[in-house]
Design a protein around this ligand. Structure first.
Ligand SMILES: O=C(O)CCC(=O)C(=O)O
Ligand SMILES: [Fe+2]
Length: 189
């Protein structure tokens, strides 16, 4: 491939990625941040490794040592209204969100390249506190296709289809503390 060909690749984002700004207002954002900060957050554990982000799981938890889903505390009442609103925005049935992950990224913390576990189906994410670069990549023959979504605080994204199954995503270290609430549906009932 010529250099020109390389640089003229279309920069279209992943199919199946949706995004909206101002999904919640600033008052709801502050309330959610307060609730998450008050949780007994734990450093993310994957196998022998610990990530620097701190998390709390509800509904289901993926156990990296057992490599399977285990039941977690039920989804708290304060998350339910926003989970219902996210389902409605996504065109999903009420109650389809079965797992909620609350995450805190302190300054300098991010998340490496990954795809979410195959047990889950649609992934929705609410951003709180500060913006992040939500990066996507996919290897297409010899070249990496890349896309960056700037996820603003109070925004919601959804990954389904190729964005979910083919593209990996990551977040480089954040410049100010960020929180997120990730809503996941299940592949099987
Ligand atoms: O913080 C986010 O918005 C996404 C985090 C993420 O990709 C994950 O927990 O799988
Ligand atoms: Fe993810």
């Amino acid at each position: 491939m010529t250099q020109l060909g390389l640089f003229s690749e279309p920069q279209a984002g992943p199919a199946g990625l949706r995004y909206t700004d101002n999904f919640i207002d600033a008052a709801v954002e502050q309330e959610l941040i307060g609730r998450i900060a008050a949780l007994p957050l734990q450093r993310f554990q994957f196998g022998a490794f610990e990530g620097n982000r701190r998390v709390a799981w509800f509904g289901y938890q993926y156990d990296y040592s057992q490599q399977r889903l285990t039941e977690a505390e039920p989804i708290p009442d304060w998350v339910r209204p926003v989970a219902r609103r996210a389902e409605a925005w996504a065109g999903l049935a009420d109650g389809s969100v079965r797992q909620v992950l609350c995450t805190e990224y302190d300054v300098g913390v991010g998340i490496g390249w990954h795809r979410d576990k195959p047990h889950f189906k649609e992934i929705l994410g609410l951003s709180l506190g500060s913006p992040c670069k939500f990066r996507f990549r996919r290897r297409n023959d010899e070249i990496w296709q890349r896309h960056t979504l700037v996820a603003l605080p109070r925004s919601l994204y959804m990954m389904e289809g190729e964005a979910r199954s083919q593209w990996e995503h990551s977040i480089p270290p954040v410049e100010a503390r960020r929180y997120s609430v990730t809503f996941r549906t299940m592949k099987q009932a």
